[in-house]
Design a protein around this ligand. Structure first.
Ligand SMILES: [Cu+2]
Length: 478
């Protein structure tokens, strides 16, 4: 009896010590149960059970841990590349929707100075609502992340109305009068916007024509009444009535009938503006640049949407399969402003700036001189990724994005400085190291070239790989 009582806790300790999340650990655990002497058969069964429980429990826990270990870290002052809900300013809000805007990037950190002339916003409109006509002093690229709407754009004396849906990319030139409906009965319409202000760098405004004295105020109301009377050739009392109506905000409810009439348009629309292509292009309908079982990668740039030409912006959409990962890669010229549209996971990025910042600070404190060129150390910038989060990935910065093991991770990225940008793969088929001369590898790594080559050639996939959560022991070839 004494022996029995002692055996179980002992065996529990034994198997726990040996435990990881690999399948080989499970085997080893069971093996230990098998070779244990002085225990009875029912205890042996119990031992197997503990092994199974630990394996499955730990595996799940480890995955959760992996994601959760990044939780909270993004809040740190030393990670200016990640933006959460609380970093947004609510520009416009009604009970039917809101427009949230990120502050100027350079306000967050001087490391983001390169994109300080760009602003990022997200529009949310409830089902069956109308966003009142307005124009912005900014060129904009819109991405429909969710829902179905109809967008109307008035420019060069013509109106183009077209239906939009998930995956559509639309360029809206500065000064275009735009209005929008959410024509869906149930789903919210979500539109991510990258704006490039044209008059005041880094700042843009919405100008509302229709409107009243307030909420929104009409820009017509700013003019003297005699000016408006003369310009519109109308009596004062009629103008007072026109701009004196109580308004209920920028995003308002529309009737079934109004929605029905305004929804009668085609996808993409007929584009009446001379020399320009269609109003929108759908990113999912493009041929993926990369595709395998671990994910797909799509791009819209000036080759498949000519209107992006003068903006030097492109868009990417990455669908990373659950348990998969994208990269490591880096962009040669483009800085990516990305938003998570679906799923969960995490990302890691190598950044020499953050490490040098904290180092030079401590250096200054110690009175030591800063050297001009420095190599490393690299700070591992990392964060959990969740729907709605925004990431900035500067040019040249190697990064990787990993999907959780239970849901695909979908990220849309707006690339600034898109022209001649090249995505450089750091692992997998065609990785940059495989282009190096053998002597360069030998000298660079301090190892025989053959050994280095073997490692860089062991990953057969390209761009998307099985992530660490999905990998099992014994899979790696080298
Ligand atoms: Cu950096």
């Amino acid at each position: 009896m004494m022996v029995r009582a002692k055996v179980l806790p002992f065996l529990f300790c034994l198997v726990v010590v040996a435990f990881g999340t690999k399948e080989s650990d499970l085997k080893q655990c069971k093996h230990q149960c098998k070779v244990l002497q002085q225990i009875e058969e029912y205890q042996r069964e119990k031992c197997y059970e503990i092994c199974e429980k630990l394996y499955h429990g730990e595996k799940q826990e480890k995955e959760e841990e992996e994601i959760n270990s990044y939780e909270g870290k993004e809040e740190g002052k030393n990670n200016p590349y990640v933006f959460n809900e609380e970093h947004f300013i609510t520009g416009i809000k009604t009970e039917h929707g809101r427009i949230r805007v990120l502050p100027k990037f350079s306000e967050r950190s001087k490391l983001l100075k390169g994109i300080e002339n760009y602003r990022f916003a997200i529009l949310e409109a409830n089902p069956k609502t109308f966003v009142v006509p307005n124009h912005w002093d900014a060129d904009a690229v819109l991405f429909v992340a969710q829902g179905r709407g109809t967008l109307s754009l008035v420019r060069k004396g013509k109106r183009n109305s077209f239906n939009i849906g998930r995956g559509d990319v639309i360029k809206v030139c500065a000064g275009t009068t735009a209005y929008l409906i959410n024509r869906d009965d149930n789903e919210k319409l979500l539109i991510a916007k990258l704006l490039r202000p044209v008059s005041t760098p880094g700042q843009f405004e919405h100008f509302f024509g229709p409107g009243g004295r307030e909420n929104p105020e009409s820009f017509y109301s700013a003019f003297s009444s005699e000016i408006l009377e003369a310009a519109l050739n109308t009596r004062k009392d009629r103008l007072q009535r026109l701009f004196g109506q109580p308004r209920e905000g920028v995003i308002i409810r529309a009737s079934e009938e109004q929605i029905r009439v305004m929804s009668q348009h085609e996808e993409g629309g007929i584009w009446p503006f001379r020399g320009e292509s269609k109003g929108s292009v759908n990113i999912y309908k493009q041929r993926p640049l990369q595709s395998n079982q671990y994910g797909q990668f799509y791009q819209v740039d000036d080759s498949n949407y000519k209107q992006l030409e003068d903006l030097d912006i492109s868009l990417n959409f990455a669908n990373i399969t659950e348990g998969g990962m994208l990269g490591p890669i880096y962009s040669s010229r483009a800085t990516k402003i990305a938003v998570v549209v679906e799923g969960e996971g995490y990302f890691e990025m190598a950044c020499p700036h953050l490490a040098s910042e904290s180092e030079s600070e401590s250096g200054r404190r110690q009175g030591s001189k800063e050297t001009e060129t420095r190599i490393g150390p690299y700070q591992k910038v990392h964060s959990k990724l969740r729907r709605g989060m925004v990431l900035v990935i500067p040019a040249g910065h190697p990064f990787v994005a990993v999907a959780s093991t239970n849901q695909n991770l979908q990220i849309v990225g707006f690339n600034v400085n898109a022209r001649n940008n090249e995505i450089v793969p750091l692992a997998g088929r065609n990785n940059v190291m495989s282009q190096l001369e053998r002597e360069a590898l030998e000298l660079g790594f301090g190892l025989p070239a053959r050994e280095v080559e073997q490692i860089f050639q062991s990953q057969q996939e390209e761009f998307f790989f099985q992530g660490p959560g999905g990998r099992q022991s014994g899979r790696a070839a080298a």
